[in-house]
Ligand binder design. Structure first.
Ligand code: FPP
Length: 257
Protein backbone atom coordinates (compact mmCIF):
# COMPACT_ATOMS: atom_id res chain seq x y z
CA UNK A 1 0.00 0.00 0.00
CA UNK A 2 2.79 2.36 0.99
CA UNK A 3 4.65 1.45 -2.17
CA UNK A 4 1.59 2.24 -4.23
CA UNK A 5 1.29 5.63 -2.55
CA UNK A 6 4.93 6.60 -2.99
CA UNK A 7 4.79 5.55 -6.63
CA UNK A 8 1.66 7.52 -7.24
CA UNK A 9 2.05 10.05 -10.01
CA UNK A 10 1.20 13.61 -9.11
CA UNK A 11 -0.82 14.20 -12.26
CA UNK A 12 -4.54 14.54 -11.34
CA UNK A 13 -6.15 12.61 -8.51
CA UNK A 14 -6.94 9.68 -10.77
CA UNK A 15 -7.19 9.74 -14.55
CA UNK A 16 -10.56 11.17 -15.54
CA UNK A 17 -12.68 9.78 -18.35
CA UNK A 18 -13.57 12.14 -21.20
CA UNK A 19 -17.05 12.46 -19.71
CA UNK A 20 -15.67 13.37 -16.29
CA UNK A 21 -13.58 16.10 -17.88
CA UNK A 22 -16.75 17.98 -18.87
CA UNK A 23 -16.78 21.24 -16.93
CA UNK A 24 -19.77 22.47 -14.99
CA UNK A 25 -19.99 26.15 -15.95
CA UNK A 26 -21.67 26.90 -12.61
CA UNK A 27 -18.77 25.60 -10.54
CA UNK A 28 -15.75 27.33 -12.05
CA UNK A 29 -13.29 28.23 -9.25
CA UNK A 30 -13.41 31.96 -8.62
CA UNK A 31 -9.68 32.29 -7.91
CA UNK A 32 -7.09 30.01 -9.50
CA UNK A 33 -3.45 30.42 -8.46
CA UNK A 34 -0.61 28.79 -10.36
CA UNK A 35 2.99 28.07 -9.38
CA UNK A 36 4.50 27.87 -12.87
CA UNK A 37 7.44 25.52 -12.38
CA UNK A 38 9.78 23.54 -14.61
CA UNK A 39 10.96 26.08 -17.17
CA UNK A 40 14.63 25.31 -16.49
CA UNK A 41 14.17 21.54 -16.75
CA UNK A 42 12.17 21.93 -19.96
CA UNK A 43 15.04 23.86 -21.52
CA UNK A 44 17.72 21.50 -20.19
CA UNK A 45 15.94 18.50 -21.70
CA UNK A 46 16.27 20.20 -25.08
CA UNK A 47 19.87 21.33 -24.62
CA UNK A 48 18.72 24.95 -24.50
CA UNK A 49 19.63 27.72 -22.04
CA UNK A 50 17.28 28.08 -19.07
CA UNK A 51 15.93 31.36 -20.39
CA UNK A 52 14.48 29.53 -23.40
CA UNK A 53 12.21 27.75 -20.93
CA UNK A 54 11.10 31.05 -19.44
CA UNK A 55 10.34 32.43 -22.92
CA UNK A 56 8.23 29.40 -23.71
CA UNK A 57 6.61 29.73 -20.29
CA UNK A 58 5.57 33.25 -21.16
CA UNK A 59 3.81 31.95 -24.27
CA UNK A 60 1.91 29.44 -22.17
CA UNK A 61 0.70 32.29 -19.96
CA UNK A 62 -0.95 33.91 -23.00
CA UNK A 63 -3.02 30.80 -23.67
CA UNK A 64 -3.98 30.14 -20.05
CA UNK A 65 -5.04 33.75 -19.48
CA UNK A 66 -7.35 33.64 -22.47
CA UNK A 67 -8.85 30.28 -21.53
CA UNK A 68 -9.38 31.31 -17.88
CA UNK A 69 -11.08 34.51 -18.86
CA UNK A 70 -13.37 32.70 -21.32
CA UNK A 71 -14.25 30.06 -18.70
CA UNK A 72 -15.32 32.73 -16.23
CA UNK A 73 -12.47 32.51 -13.72
CA UNK A 74 -12.63 35.62 -11.50
CA UNK A 75 -8.97 35.89 -10.53
CA UNK A 76 -5.94 34.19 -12.05
CA UNK A 77 -2.81 34.58 -9.95
CA UNK A 78 0.50 33.60 -11.52
CA UNK A 79 3.64 33.20 -9.38
CA UNK A 80 6.08 34.86 -11.76
CA UNK A 81 9.00 35.80 -9.49
CA UNK A 82 9.55 35.06 -5.81
CA UNK A 83 11.52 37.06 -3.27
CA UNK A 84 13.98 34.12 -3.34
CA UNK A 85 14.43 34.18 -7.15
CA UNK A 86 16.96 37.05 -6.84
CA UNK A 87 19.47 34.33 -5.85
CA UNK A 88 19.54 33.10 -9.46
CA UNK A 89 22.41 34.06 -11.81
CA UNK A 90 22.15 37.71 -12.81
CA UNK A 91 21.60 37.07 -16.55
CA UNK A 92 18.62 34.86 -15.71
CA UNK A 93 17.18 37.45 -13.30
CA UNK A 94 17.68 40.17 -15.93
CA UNK A 95 15.88 38.04 -18.49
CA UNK A 96 12.98 37.32 -16.12
CA UNK A 97 12.69 41.03 -15.34
CA UNK A 98 12.28 41.77 -19.08
CA UNK A 99 9.45 39.26 -19.50
CA UNK A 100 6.60 41.36 -18.07
CA UNK A 101 7.39 44.12 -20.60
CA UNK A 102 7.64 41.66 -23.45
CA UNK A 103 4.43 40.00 -22.43
CA UNK A 104 2.53 43.26 -22.01
CA UNK A 105 3.84 44.75 -25.25
CA UNK A 106 2.00 42.14 -27.27
CA UNK A 107 -0.78 41.27 -24.83
CA UNK A 108 -1.93 44.51 -23.22
CA UNK A 109 -4.23 45.51 -26.11
CA UNK A 110 -5.76 42.02 -26.02
CA UNK A 111 -6.17 42.16 -22.24
CA UNK A 112 -7.95 45.49 -22.55
CA UNK A 113 -10.20 44.08 -25.27
CA UNK A 114 -10.89 41.02 -23.10
CA UNK A 115 -11.87 43.32 -20.17
CA UNK A 116 -9.07 41.84 -18.00
CA UNK A 117 -7.78 43.85 -15.06
CA UNK A 118 -4.03 43.53 -14.38
CA UNK A 119 -2.89 43.54 -10.79
CA UNK A 120 0.50 43.08 -9.13
CA UNK A 121 1.07 41.35 -5.80
CA UNK A 122 4.57 41.75 -4.37
CA UNK A 123 7.14 44.39 -3.43
CA UNK A 124 7.49 46.75 -6.36
CA UNK A 125 10.31 48.84 -4.87
CA UNK A 126 13.05 46.32 -5.67
CA UNK A 127 11.98 45.82 -9.30
CA UNK A 128 14.12 47.43 -12.01
CA UNK A 129 12.60 50.70 -13.24
CA UNK A 130 11.70 49.30 -16.67
CA UNK A 131 9.81 46.35 -15.16
CA UNK A 132 8.01 48.51 -12.65
CA UNK A 133 6.97 51.08 -15.25
CA UNK A 134 5.61 48.40 -17.60
CA UNK A 135 3.53 46.69 -14.94
CA UNK A 136 2.29 49.92 -13.39
CA UNK A 137 1.23 51.14 -16.81
CA UNK A 138 -0.72 47.93 -17.37
CA UNK A 139 -2.37 48.24 -13.96
CA UNK A 140 -3.34 51.81 -14.79
CA UNK A 141 -4.59 51.03 -18.31
CA UNK A 142 -6.81 48.20 -17.09
CA UNK A 143 -7.94 49.78 -13.81
CA UNK A 144 -11.56 50.17 -14.91
CA UNK A 145 -11.91 46.72 -16.46
CA UNK A 146 -14.27 44.52 -14.52
CA UNK A 147 -13.63 41.13 -16.10
CA UNK A 148 -11.06 38.63 -14.87
CA UNK A 149 -8.27 39.90 -12.61
CA UNK A 150 -4.87 38.80 -13.89
CA UNK A 151 -2.73 38.98 -10.79
CA UNK A 152 1.04 38.65 -11.23
CA UNK A 153 2.88 37.68 -8.06
CA UNK A 154 6.10 39.52 -8.79
CA UNK A 155 8.87 39.79 -6.21
CA UNK A 156 6.40 38.13 -3.90
CA UNK A 157 7.08 36.04 -0.81
CA UNK A 158 4.49 35.12 1.75
CA UNK A 159 6.72 35.52 4.81
CA UNK A 160 7.85 38.94 3.66
CA UNK A 161 4.20 39.83 3.13
CA UNK A 162 3.33 38.68 6.65
CA UNK A 163 6.15 40.73 8.19
CA UNK A 164 4.84 43.82 6.39
CA UNK A 165 1.30 43.06 7.52
CA UNK A 166 2.40 42.70 11.15
CA UNK A 167 4.24 46.02 10.97
CA UNK A 168 1.21 47.71 9.44
CA UNK A 169 -1.20 46.35 12.05
CA UNK A 170 1.21 47.21 14.87
CA UNK A 171 1.44 50.81 13.71
CA UNK A 172 -2.38 51.06 13.51
CA UNK A 173 -2.59 49.81 17.10
CA UNK A 174 0.25 52.06 18.24
CA UNK A 175 -1.39 55.14 16.74
CA UNK A 176 -4.66 54.29 18.51
CA UNK A 177 -6.57 53.81 15.24
CA UNK A 178 -7.56 50.32 16.40
CA UNK A 179 -7.06 48.35 19.62
CA UNK A 180 -5.39 44.97 19.88
CA UNK A 181 -8.84 43.42 20.43
CA UNK A 182 -9.97 44.78 17.08
CA UNK A 183 -7.39 42.66 15.26
CA UNK A 184 -9.30 39.90 13.47
CA UNK A 185 -8.78 37.60 10.50
CA UNK A 186 -10.26 40.39 8.36
CA UNK A 187 -7.69 42.88 9.73
CA UNK A 188 -4.87 40.53 8.79
CA UNK A 189 -6.33 39.71 5.36
CA UNK A 190 -6.66 43.37 4.51
CA UNK A 191 -3.06 44.07 5.57
CA UNK A 192 -1.78 41.47 3.10
CA UNK A 193 -0.75 42.32 -0.47
CA UNK A 194 -3.80 40.47 -1.78
CA UNK A 195 -6.12 42.94 -0.06
CA UNK A 196 -9.53 42.96 -1.73
CA UNK A 197 -9.02 39.63 -3.53
CA UNK A 198 -10.88 36.51 -2.44
CA UNK A 199 -8.64 33.62 -1.37
CA UNK A 200 -7.63 31.11 -4.06
CA UNK A 201 -10.03 28.19 -4.50
CA UNK A 202 -7.61 26.12 -6.53
CA UNK A 203 -3.81 25.97 -6.52
CA UNK A 204 -2.03 24.39 -9.46
CA UNK A 205 1.69 23.58 -9.39
CA UNK A 206 3.46 22.13 -12.39
CA UNK A 207 6.67 20.09 -12.75
CA UNK A 208 6.10 17.47 -10.07
CA UNK A 209 7.31 19.53 -7.11
CA UNK A 210 4.94 19.19 -4.17
CA UNK A 211 5.58 22.25 -2.04
CA UNK A 212 4.35 25.80 -1.60
CA UNK A 213 7.66 27.69 -1.90
CA UNK A 214 6.58 30.63 0.26
CA UNK A 215 3.45 31.23 -1.82
CA UNK A 216 0.26 32.64 -0.27
CA UNK A 217 0.59 30.73 3.00
CA UNK A 218 -2.32 32.57 4.62
CA UNK A 219 -4.52 32.78 1.54
CA UNK A 220 -4.29 29.08 0.60
CA UNK A 221 -5.72 27.88 3.93
CA UNK A 222 -8.79 26.32 2.29
CA UNK A 223 -7.69 25.98 -1.33
CA UNK A 224 -7.80 22.70 -3.21
CA UNK A 225 -4.36 21.66 -4.49
CA UNK A 226 -3.65 20.05 -7.86
CA UNK A 227 -0.16 18.97 -8.79
CA UNK A 228 1.01 17.75 -12.16
CA UNK A 229 4.28 16.36 -13.50
CA UNK A 230 3.86 18.43 -16.66
CA UNK A 231 6.54 21.12 -16.98
CA UNK A 232 5.13 24.64 -17.29
CA UNK A 233 6.22 25.19 -20.93
CA UNK A 234 4.34 21.99 -21.85
CA UNK A 235 1.21 23.01 -19.92
CA UNK A 236 -1.83 23.48 -22.16
CA UNK A 237 -5.42 24.63 -21.89
CA UNK A 238 -6.28 20.92 -21.79
CA UNK A 239 -4.26 20.44 -18.56
CA UNK A 240 -5.83 23.58 -17.13
CA UNK A 241 -9.33 22.27 -17.77
CA UNK A 242 -8.37 18.93 -16.32
CA UNK A 243 -7.33 20.69 -13.09
CA UNK A 244 -10.69 22.46 -13.02
CA UNK A 245 -12.54 19.19 -13.63
CA UNK A 246 -10.72 17.56 -10.70
CA UNK A 247 -11.54 20.60 -8.56
CA UNK A 248 -15.21 20.18 -9.43
CA UNK A 249 -15.12 16.57 -8.18
CA UNK A 250 -13.72 17.55 -4.79
CA UNK A 251 -15.96 18.13 -1.76
CA UNK A 252 -14.97 21.29 0.08
CA UNK A 253 -15.86 21.12 3.75
CA UNK A 254 -13.94 24.04 5.25
CA UNK A 255 -13.46 22.06 8.43
CA UNK A 256 -17.16 21.13 8.64
CA UNK A 257 -18.76 17.77 7.84
C1 FPP B 1 10.07 28.37 -12.33
O1 FPP B 1 10.74 27.48 -13.17
C2 FPP B 1 9.69 29.54 -13.06
C3 FPP B 1 10.05 30.81 -12.74
C4 FPP B 1 10.86 31.13 -11.57
C5 FPP B 1 9.66 31.92 -13.57
C6 FPP B 1 8.29 31.84 -14.10
C7 FPP B 1 8.10 32.87 -15.12
C8 FPP B 1 7.43 32.70 -16.27
C9 FPP B 1 6.75 31.44 -16.61
C10 FPP B 1 7.29 33.80 -17.22
C11 FPP B 1 6.87 35.08 -16.55
C12 FPP B 1 6.23 35.95 -17.51
C13 FPP B 1 5.59 37.08 -17.19
C14 FPP B 1 4.84 37.74 -18.24
C15 FPP B 1 5.59 37.66 -15.84
P1 FPP B 1 12.24 27.13 -12.86
O2 FPP B 1 13.10 28.10 -13.57
O3 FPP B 1 12.45 27.10 -11.38
O4 FPP B 1 12.36 25.72 -13.46
P2 FPP B 1 13.24 24.50 -12.92
O5 FPP B 1 12.70 24.18 -11.55
O6 FPP B 1 12.97 23.42 -13.91
O7 FPP B 1 14.66 24.96 -12.91
Amino acid sequence: MLKKWTNRKTETDYPLSEEQKELDPHNIPNHVAIIMDGNGRWAKKRGLPRVAGHREGMNVIKKIVKRSSRLGVGVLTLYAFSTENWKRPKPEVDFLMRLPERFLKSELPKLIEENVQVRITGSREALPGHTREAVEQAVEDTRNNDGMVLNFALNYGSRNEMVQAIRQIYSRVESGEITIDDVSEETVASALMTEGLDDPDLLIRTSGEIRLSNFMLWQLAYAEFWFTDVLWPDFTEHHFEEALAVYQKRTRRYGGV
